[in-house]
Ligand binder design. Structure first.
Ligand code: CAA
Length: 259
């Protein structure tokens, strides 16, 4: 897979793929091509049975400093509507396999929103999260007002969105935006470790469990419970369920085949 603005390692660890944003001079600003490349790479990896979890990272200084302001500056509302960049984000959101963000440095605007499209987040001690769109006369457009509010609560989301203040990794962890903080030298390894822990499980159970947790974001409780129940029953049609439960009873490690 050859891309201009991302690097893809399909097997950074067994069953774990890595996507690295690679526009370092622009702090990985998310231009349309880069977003399209992430979408395309995720689509390939999502359909590859040798991949069970995907880590997305940037570099030590920046996960991503947001949508590419230079690319957007001269656009009209109609231009933006026609470009329809958010259909790319919708496709990313539909990735079935778990996405783990490995974040160091800036995760701002669309960068913070991309983190929130991921399912788990490992951050380095230097990570900073923010929605500073207000400073350039706009507001978050890739789900930030919704996902941030659900992740960190109303008042903290309001402060970040209305004042543009960045929060530290420590504050992001307190607020529930990220899972863990590790030293800079370790953040990618730790994210790969987290992805590997998921990749050991039955990929079908993981897919339906991810789908069910995400359902909590866009549905009422009763409908979400019904959805969860259907997925739960469906897993009893898989060989992995038999293998997992038999392995437990037989006191051995399960060998999940994704069947
Ligand atoms: N778009 C385009 N270029 C960007 C960028 C962005 N979002 N962020 C940084 N860059 C570029 C800078 O223009 C600069 O390029 P040049 O060397 O060619 O001038 C280079 O990256 C380095 O940036 P700085 O010189 O500004 O570096 P700094 O260390 O002084 O500051 C920063 C770093 C705080 C991240 C600062 O660059 C910044 O505030 N960036 C913009 C952050 C932002 O507003 N993000 C939201 C974008 S809108 C959005 O994301 C909408 C949405 O919801 C989808």
């Amino acid at each position: 897979m050859a891309y201009e603005f991302i690097l893809v390692e399909p097997q950074v660890a067994p069953y774990v793929a890595l996507i690295r944003l690679n526009r370092p001079k622009e702090y990985n600003a998310l231009n349309l091509q880069l977003m399209g490349e992430i979408r395309d790479a995720l689509s390939v990896l999502d359909n590859d049975d040798a991949v069970r979890a995907i880590v997305i990272t940037g570099n030590e200084k920046a996960f991503a400093a947001g949508a590419d302001i230079k690319q957007m500056a001269g656009k009209s509302a109609v231009d933006m509507l026609k470009i329809d960049q958010f259909s790319t984000w919708d496709a990313i959101r539909r990735t079935k396999k778990p996405l783990i963000a490995a974040v160091s440095g800036f995760a701002l605007g669309g960068g913070c929103e991309l983190v929130m499209h991921c399912d788990m987040v490992v951050a380095s001690e230097t990570a900073q999260f923010g929605q500073p769109e207000i400073n350039i006369g706009v507001m978050p457009g890739a789900g930030g007002t919704q996902r941030l509010t659900k992740a960190v609560g109303k008042v903290r989301a309001m402060e970040m969105v209305l004042t543009g203040r960045f929060i530290s990794a420590e504050e992001a962890k307190d607020a529930g935006l990220i899972n863990k903080i590790v030293p800079v030298a370790l953040y990618l390894d730790e994210a790969i470790k987290m992805a590997s822990a998921v990749a050991e499980k039955s990929p079908i159970a993981v897919q339906l469990a991810k789908e069910s947790v995400l359902k909590a974001f866009d549905t009422h409780l009763q409908e979400g419970l019904y959805f969860e129940r259907k997925n739960f029953y469906m897993l009893f049609a898989t060989e992995d369920q038999k293998e997992g439960m038999n392995a437990f009873v037989e006191k051995r490690k399960p060998d999940f085949k994704g069947q």
